[in-house]
Ligand binder design. Structure first.
Ligand code: CMP
Length: 140
């Protein structure tokens, strides 16, 4: 299992607010290499599938509605220790608790509309990368 890749999504709130460029610049400037990327929109069904692990949570319906509410940018990023370093770069799930300078502190508006997703483990990074990309769309 690769330990040097993570999957990110720039979420519909950040896209709507014009933050794609700023967020990508911060990712690349922090040493992450983009090895796959697409501008796309999730259907409700696909958003539900992506977040199926949260199906029993009270916020699941809200999360699926939000994630299918507009276009997103999905990308696979490469860096040593990618999963952990990327979670540090984006900050806490709740932007009110995110460290200053982190992507969520700068660009997120609430715990639900929190600007970016980052994989939480190497195993999920691999699953989430294959959710969005065929092997032929990843350029390591
Ligand atoms: P993400 O890192 O993409 O993974 C799961 C998502 O669920 C999380 O970011 C938030 O967008 C969302 N989420 C987590 N907790 C809550 C909550 N309490 N209320 C609404 N959405 C939440």
């Amino acid at each position: 299992m690769a330990t040097n890749r993570t999957l990110t999504m720039i979420k519909p709130d950040a896209v709507r607010n014009g933050h794609i460029g700023g967020i990508l610049e911060q990712m690349v400037g922090s040493g992450f290499k983009i090895i796959a990327m697409k501008y796309t929109k999730l259907s409700k069904e696909k958003a539900g599938e992506f977040y199926a692990v949260h199906k029993e949570r009270p916020f699941y319906g809200e999360l699926v509605d939000f994630m299918s509410s507009g276009p997103i940018v999905a990308a696979v990023l490469e860096k040593d220790n990618a999963v952990e370093d990327f979670r540090t770069l984006i900050g806490s799930t709740n932007p009110a608790e995110a460290a200053p300078g982190t992507i969520r502190a700068k660009y997120a508006t609430s715990i639900g509309e929190n600007a970016v997703h980052g994989s939480d483990s190497d195993e999920n990074a691999a699953l989430e990368a294959s959710f969005h990309f065929a092997a032929t769309e990843i350029f390591a």
